[in-house]
Write a protein that binds this ligand. Sequence first.
Ligand SMILES: [Zn+2]
Length: 307
Amino acid sequence: MKVLFFLAPVAAFGVSLIGQESARYAGPIIDMHQHAEWEMWSSTRLCFPAPCTPAPTKAQSLAELKPRTLRAMEENNIVMAVVSAPPRYVLPWTQGEGSRWLTGIQLNNPADVPIDELRQLFASGRAQVMGELAFQYEGIPIDDPSVDPILALAESLDVPVHVHVLGLGGEPAFPIELGNPTRVATVMRRHPNLRIYLENAAWPFLEEVTSLMYQYPGVYADISTIAHLFPRDVFHAYLQGLVRNGLGKRLMFGSDQMLWPEVIGEVVDAINSAEFLSLEQKADIFYNNAARFLRLDPAQIERHHEG
Ligand SMILES: [Zn+2]
């Protein structure tokens, strides 16, 4: 029922109707993947494949990061964003900001998670998204039994879960195979009502993520870091594979802004420049799919399209 509503505003508002298939989307955008901490990330941006030259810029302090992120959001019509970090960083970031940001609680190791405190954060309305769950960096896959209490809590609270599954990282602590999204199938068997979305659409596991998302229609994915880590053609080939496989209604825009707010505009452009996407498919990725996944109410959707 809601799907019909979500599609309607796209035709009416904020769309640049220049040309047909290659028209650029200019409406509101929901960013499903930002960060709000300083210490975890390396100072230089990554790039692949080697040899390549990473972009040199980064914000010089956490104080500088937020205003620069806000500026990039305004320039790109980002009307709402999920921003995550450990509570001591993310709660001050989102406090008093209204509905512009949804607060994500980033968890890096399941052994360090006080479940009761976590429950309280969500029950009190101070947090809205469980994640990013970055256990893969510690060598712990998402289907490890130690993660189960966290997933059970998210399922019982009916809150979205953002999971880091990516076949790329720093061996040996972060083996490629831990990013295989078939591990999410194990999780979904244990917790069939989880509202889960996968970082980076689980690149490069196109067949596996397709299989997972066919099997579990509630699983969504964000398009984030892979849109600026690789040459544009490499990213477009993966995105086209996802869309060709029929997953275009469950892909969501994400920037994975860490220390470099300029990536927000780069990821917008990476999607907007995809000639194989229709304007309607771009609108789905930039806004409609996230609005459905987050269960935004019709009044909020209307406000987003009025800006
Ligand atoms: Zn991230």
